[in-house]
Design a binder for this molecule. Structure first.
Ligand code: COA
Length: 389
């Protein structure tokens, strides 16, 4: 039975800051951000958006009547939770007007759990082939103004439906996983920005890639030539490039050149959005499918998922006939191209206005064109609205 990703969509805010402008403001050479880190633009998330509203916007795009009729489970992957108890999936039932007879849960292991959600969805569908599972990976990456991590912020949500006979990517039963107790990135209770040891995090990311890929090869007997493209978790796109270079260092130059060409297509949208933690690997999948011109049905795609703390997984999927139909109009590329640019002072103001913790506040969402908005907090309860724009 083939099980995998049937539909996929992305949502972020309607505004970005230019990385060359941010570099000038921080007295850095723009090429450090553009080339050294690999980022051209960074999504600026207004206070009226959070993981719930971003997730609702992405999920609305993949839930047609058929998906709604068969929805059995929602797995919500995030490391920017808005509540210590309640899953961010629960408000989606009301906001998206879903049948409430559905199992929901929120998953946490840094940037890794979009992949955990997909693998759990695969198990659920194996037991209940009539169902559809919605997997959401939504985050807002915050490190703080004028910190080394600042140019690797961003935010957004990827929504995917998983079912039998998927139209995009059938997941293979071949995952290699590694988990160790490591402190490369963490966010203690009460902190709205993450602590990160960026250099150490890079080392662990690359070590786990070597470990999981070697384990994957041992289990499955495949070589780099078996992959049409390799995708990486992209907290900043230069890190994926480091991963690719590590894997292809001793490869046949023709294979290396092919994988390097596909990587450029796969990193385009990440370079225009920034980090979205759990969703970064899956935004890279969208970027590959919208921007590569050489992929064919039957091609194998390798995916490297990483979450600090730390967990890594390498697995693969096979592109399905007709996969290109959902991407020919480049819906994500068009949405990214229509965003408006904000200045560095405007971005800083929006960063400081983010709401963390007050029992009461009212937010004016008149300037936010999104269908789903966060309008404030009343009696410690977050207030969400679904507006038809
Ligand atoms: N032109 C081109 N490249 C330049 C440059 C210039 N003018 N100036 C610097 N660079 C390069 C550096 O050589 C370096 O490249 P390398 O990593 O290939 O050596 C890169 O730009 C970054 O420079 P660096 O001095 O290391 O930057 P930094 O100390 O400000 O930190 C990060 C960069 C990525 C470590 C930091 O942004 C961070 O911690 N981000 C968060 C990391 C993260 O998300 N971790 C968790 C997820 S896995």
């Amino acid at each position: 039975m083939k099980i995998g990703i049937d539909r996929i969509a992305f949502a972020t805010s309607n505004q970005f800051v230019d990385m060359a402008e941010l570099a000038h403001a921080r007295h850095e050479d723009p090429n450090k951000y553009l080339i050294g880190i690999g980022q051209k633009k960074m999504a600026v998330i207004p206070p009226t958006q959070d993981i719930v509203t971003l997730a609702a916007s992405a999920a609305k795009k993949v839930l047609g009547p058929e998906e709604r009729d068969h929805l059995g489970m929602i797995m919500f992957a995030t490391e920017s939770a808005v509540d210590n108890s309640k899953s961010a999936a629960a408000p989606l039932i009301r906001l998206l007007d879903l049948d409430p007879h559905v199992r929901v849960a929120e998953l946490k292991q840094a940037c890794y759990t979009g992949t955990a959600g997909l693998q759990l969805a695969k198990g659920q569908i194996a037991l209940h082939p009539e169902q559809v599972v919605l997997v959401i990976a939504a985050d807002i990456a915050r490190y703080g103004l004028d910190t080394p991590g600042e140019p690797t912020q961003g935010g957004g949500a990827v929504a995917m439906t998983v079912r039998v006979n998927p139209r995009i990517l059938a997941l293979e039963d071949d995952a290699a996983v590694v988990t160790k107790d490591i402190m490369d990135f963490w966010r203690p209770f009460g902190c709205d920005a993450a602590f990160v040891d960026g250099k150490y995090s890079t080392e662990v990311y690359l070590d786990f890639l070597a470990d999981t890929f070697a384990h994957y090869q041992k289990m499955n007997g495949r070589t780099l030539d078996d992959f049409a493209a390799l995708l990486f978790h992209l907290p900043f796109t230069k890190l994926g490039l480091k991963g690719l270079r590590q894997l292809i260092a001793d490869a046949d130059p023709k294979v290396g050149a092919r994988l390097a060409q596909q990587f450029e297509a796969a990193r385009e949208y990440g370079s225009q959005v920034g980090n979205l933690y759990t969703g970064s690997l899956y935004l890279s999948l969208i970027s590959l499918l919208e921007n590569s011109t050489t992929l064919r049905a039957g091609d194998r795609i390798g995916l490297y998922s990483y979450g600090s703390g730390a967990e890594g997984e390498f697995y693969s999927g096979i592109l399905q006939p007709g996969f290109a139909a959902q991407f020919t109009t480049k819906p994500t590329g068009q949405a990214l191209a229509s965003r408006k640019q904000v200045s560095v002072p405007e971005y800083e103001k929006l960063y400081d206005a983010a709401v963390h913790g007050p029992a009461e506040c009212v937010l004016n969402a008149d300037d936010d064109p999104a269908d789903f908005v966060f309008t404030g907090v009343h009696n410690h309860i977050r207030q969400y609205e679904h507006r038809e724009n």
